[in-house]
Design a protein around this ligand. Sequence first.
Ligand code: ATP
Ligand code: MG
Length: 360
Amino acid sequence: MSDNYDIAVFEGDGIGPEIMAPTISLLEKLSEKAESYSLTFNVLPAGAAHYAETGESLPQASLNGARAADAILLSAMGLPSVRYPDGTEISPQIELRKEMDLYAGVRPVTVLPGQASPIKIPDGQTIDFVLIRESTEGLFYSQGKGEVSEDEARETLVISRKTSEKLFNFSFELARRRKKSQGTVGQVTCVDKANVFRAFAFFRDIFDKIAKGHSDIKTSHAYVDATALWMVQKPWTFDVLVTENMFGDILSDLGAGIMGGLGLAPSADIGDSNAVFQPCHGSAPDIAGQGIANPAAMILSAAMMLDWLGHERGNSEMLNHAEILRKAVYDVVVEGTTLTRDLGGTATTSEFSNEVSNKL
Ligand code: ATP
Ligand code: MG
C-alpha cells in the first residue's frame, strides 16, 4: 500500500521560487517511482512580496495549511526593500518556528572532497557532524522583551526541563540513526557554559539524565568557547553537538564558514509533529531572476525532509530515496564539472539541477 504525504511549499522571495521548482521536480521524479509513498505539493502564499501586495506576510490560511501538512518545504523569505512599519524584516519562517514550537534546529556541517573549506583536513579524516540548536527558548526567549533603561539593559535566559528533555532525546535518536545508516561513532556532545551559569549546569544535568536512557550512544560535554576552537582545530572529531539557542546561532555560522559558504548548507527545524526544511541561506535578491542560484542547499534540505518523514513514518523507501538524492547532489559537486557560480563554476540553476536529475 502507498501512503500519500502532503507537503506544504513556501516558494518565498528572491531566488526562492528558482530553487524550489527544480527541487520539487526532483522529489516528483523520485516519488513517481516509489512503491510505498507518494507526495502531493501544496503551494502556500507568504513572504515579503506577498506582504507588499496584501499587507499580510503569513496569512492564517497558510499557517493552517502548514500545520496540517505532513512536512513543510521553505526556500527563503524576506527582501531588504520590504519591511514592517517598525523597520523589522519580514521573516515568516521565524513565526512558523514559534507557532509550531519547532525546538530542534538541525544544521549538518559536511565538507565534501574538493569543497572550498578554509579548514585543512588531515588525510583519512572527514568533516561530517550535526549541530542541533534549541530554537524556542534560551537567550532568544527574551527577544523583544528585554528591559532597557537609561543606565542598564537586561535580557532573560530561559532553559526549561520539558524542552531540554525533548531536545536531548531528539539528539540521541539522531546520533543513533547516523550510526546505523552512516556508520558514525554515535556520540552526542552537550555544549554549554556550565562552569559559569547555573542555567547551563541545569541544562547539563538534564542532558546527563536523558543520556542514561541512551546507553548505546557515547556522551561528552564541552564548553562553548572550547567548542568554537575545536570546530576550527579538529572538527572531524564531532558527531552530534547539541546546544542552547544563542550559542547555536553563533556556532551555526561558524559551521557555514567551515563548509566554505552557504550554497551547500541545508537545515531543518523540527518539533513534536511539524517540521520545516529550508536552506541556511537567504533570498539572495542580488542574483534573483538570473537563473544562476545554486539549488544544492534547497535540494539537500528536501533530502532531510525525506529522511525525517521516512524515520517518523517508518518508511524505509523514503530513507533510501533521501540517500539517493543526497548522493546525487554530492556526486555533482565532487565531480566539479557542473557547478554554479558561487561554487566557482558557470552552470545555471537548471544545468546543475539536470545534472543531479541524471544521477538519480
Ligand atoms: P538573510 O538575512 O535572509 O540571512 P543574507 O543577507 O544573509 O540573507 P543571503 O540571501 O543568504 O544573505 O545571501 C548572501 C550572499 O550569498 C549573497 O551575495 C547571495 O547572492 C549569495 N547566495 C545566497 N544563497 C545563494 C545561492 N543559493 N546560490 C548562489 N548564491 C547565493
Ligand atoms: Mg543571513
